[in-house]
Design a binder for this molecule. Structure first.
Ligand code: TXA
Ligand code: MG
Length: 317
């Protein structure tokens, strides 16, 4: 799929966005992964508005977005792993480091670490450069719901309360960034994403440690089992759709009343980019009661796709 992001934002809009951030308000920014709900990460009161608008539990910390690795070093305690992995920046990778100072307690949910990322989107990079500081930005959706990959998704999430949106086209990757914790004794994969486990292990020259969440401790609250969820029940590993089910297809699809094709030719990157928009359409279709999803291989970015699908399928309390 060819993507043509708007390469710049017009000057008046950039000035408006910067003055909103400087005044402690929210601006929605495009990134290559998903749209983010951004506020000045220095400013606890501004960050509080993010939690309020998303109804996000305040124990779930936010990613601080910066324009470069050099700027990231102001906020996170740098180490060799950071040096190695920051070569993926700008890109869909978030590094959790020990906090060096400057990021509000609320953005870190009171923790001693900070999550940092340099997003790869021309309009947002220009804006971050001009802001010259950290922007805390979770995905621009109601807490627990599907992340937005278009400006229209963001408007659907927030309605009349929607802040200014910097329109940056459909997100190229369509899944949230990979999150790696390098603040401890060994690098740990906290969230799978487009920078795959294989890519990270190759760059680091060592295997990633098992995530603490799978050992029973909740290190990254975004790893809560039920997350990224549509309202309708989702059935995984489906070979066909039953009555009332919409089919999320990957490759040749059996007959179904409603089919959303993730990738006809079984291209995992294409499937990742289409996933959230397809889930939203099936969720919104009044003819359907449930969603069935065909199996998707768990290799490469397929690990991240399967991770999001299993969270979307996990039933809430
Ligand atoms: O692609 C992305 O990462 C998008 C775009 C907007 O950059 N942002 C995003 O943010 O997905 P959010 O808040 O929806 O997810 C951030 C994840 C959560 O799982 C959170 O728990 C984890 O990162 N996280 C943030 N700070 C952390 C920290 N200090 N330690 C461990 N996990 C952290
Ligand atoms: Mg999110």
């Amino acid at each position: 799929m060819k993507h043509s992001y708007p390469q710049y934002i017009d000057y008046p809009q950039q000035e408006t966005a910067l003055s909103l951030w400087r005044g402690g308000d929210l601006v929605v920014i495009p990134t290559e992964t998903v749209y983010g709900l951004g506020a000045d990460a220095h400013n606890g009161e501004a960050v509080a508005k993010i939690y309020a608008l998303k109804s996000r539990p305040s124990f779930n910390p936010l990613i601080a977005h910066v324009a470069s690795a050099t700027i990231a070093q102001r906020y996170g305690v740098w180490n060799d792993w950071a040096e190695t992995l920051s070569r993926f920046w700008p890109g869909p990778l978030t590094l959790v480091l020990r906090h060096a100072g400057g990021i509000s307690d609320l953005a870190r949910a009171g923790g001693e670490t900070v999550a940092l990322r340099v997003p790869n989107h021309p309009a947002t990079l220009a804006l971050l450069q001009a802001f010259n500081g950290p922007i805390a930005a979770p995905s621009a959706n109601q807490s627990g719901r599907i992340s937005p990959t278009t400006p229209q998704h963001v408007r659907e999430e927030f309605g009349a309360a929607c802040p200014l949106i910097i329109e940056g086209g459909a997100c190229e990757i369509g899944l949230e960034s990979t999150v790696v914790d390098i603040s401890g004794d060994a690098p740990v994969l906290l969230r799978a994403g487009a920078i795959t486990r294989e890519m990270l292990e190759k760059a680091l020259g060592q295997p990633l440690a098992q995530s603490l969440a799978t050992q029973g401790e909740l290190k990254s609250p975004g790893m809560l089992a039920s997350h990224y969820a549509p309202q309708k029940p989702l059935r995984l590993h489906a070979t066909h759709a039953e009555a009332g089910e919409g089919l999320l297809a990957f490759g040749h699809a059996p007959h179904a009343e409603v089919i959303e094709q993730l990738s006809e030719h079984k291209n995992l990157n294409e499937a990742a980019a289409n996933l959230f928009a397809a889930l939203r359409r099936l969720d919104a279709n009044p003819k359907l009661q449930r969603i069935a999803c065909m199996p998707i291989p768990a290799t490469g970015i397929g690990e991240a796709i399967n991770d999001r699908l299993s969270r979307a399928a996990a039933r809430k309390e």
